[in-house]
Design a protein around this ligand. Sequence first.
Ligand code: AMP
Ligand code: MG
Length: 406
Amino acid sequence: MRSVQEARDLILSHFTRLPAETVPLDDAYGRTLAGDLVSHEAVPPFANSSMDGYAVRVADVPAVPHRLPVSGDIPAGTAPGPLRPGTAMRIMTGAPIPTGADAVVPVEQTDDQRDSGHGQPPPPMIELRVQPRHGDNVRGAGQDVAVGDTVLPAGTWLGPAALGVLGALGAGQVEVTRRPRVALLSTGDELVTVSEQPGPGQIRDINSITLTATLREAGAEVLALGIARDVRSQVEDRLAQARALAADLVLTSAGVSVGTYDVVKAAVEAHGELGFWKVNMRPGKPLAFGRVHGIPFFGLPGNPVSALVSLEVFVKPVLARLLGRPWAPRIVRARLAEPFTSDGRETYLRVRIVEGPDGASAQLTGAQTSNLITSMVRADALLVVPAGAGHLPAGTVLPAWRLQAA
Ligand code: AMP
Ligand code: MG
């Protein structure tokens, strides 16, 4: 029997990062940066004021209150000339600090009590009421990003803030890792698509929906192979399609539990190899991992919850590896709200995390059998009970993996 970690490490050894492609910045949300972003520019590009106020030379203000003539006005978006010695210049937030100035005195610390700016010329003289110190209210050039900084390392997930950095540096195009192409096939004689009316004994194919959504959320492109009957030739046909579509990864669901696995097993083994590993985990049937037409292959369990948990535990790390992104489940530590007795396997419990006065508690979302998709909807995390745990009293603190997007 393998531990979950051993199984995952062995699987990951089959994968390396996919090649890069270039996309417009506008389309880069949710993608993964392919190479280190080294800045060729400073952000901000010039020293500027963090306040509306008066730019001064500290040496010109020996004591306060002190009056200086106002020699100019610097709205944002303008390029001022130098500050004449012994004078002040009115300056707006974000406007460039004039050469010679080394501090900004906020308007609130002067006798300029008018609603500053907006068309009004500056007063001829200004009284400064607080002693400025060198650098006050000056945002230096390169304060955020200096030239030569590695601002974003390769593997960064491009969320709103990372896109903002790229935008600040004028990157109209971004080199990102190509999306993993994941072929997805549901198998089972009982399945119909969600838009069909199930006949007697039939059910709708949920796994195509849940797995597609999870895969997309994790940055993959899904190649939908639909449903195959439990007939070897049908499964083989779909696997051939996965090859024709240049899939990077093939996932099937169902048909790998004891007694029924022959179809998927036979179809995969006709064009590759498939291992059925005993993994010390719950939920989790034997984990089916191999290769078909040279493409890495997972045979996921049929039960919708088991399929989703397998995706979290084994497939998402693979996607991260393909994307060149560090794989790290978002972990919170939470107390068990009720006692739990484990059978000794590493167990993934569907829980809702509830914040209370003494920290987070993990409440089971109901029966933990692996066919109940609604229990997964109510869950916002998977609580991980370590292998060999036995009886755990209420209050035991355990790690929980957050299930929400990215
Ligand atoms: P199997 O692995 O084929 O024994 O399937 C295990 C259970 O999962 C059975 O109850 C199947 O009906 C169910 N199942 C398999 N595939 C799906 C699917 N795509 N959507 C919903 N339930 C499924
Ligand atoms: Mg089946």
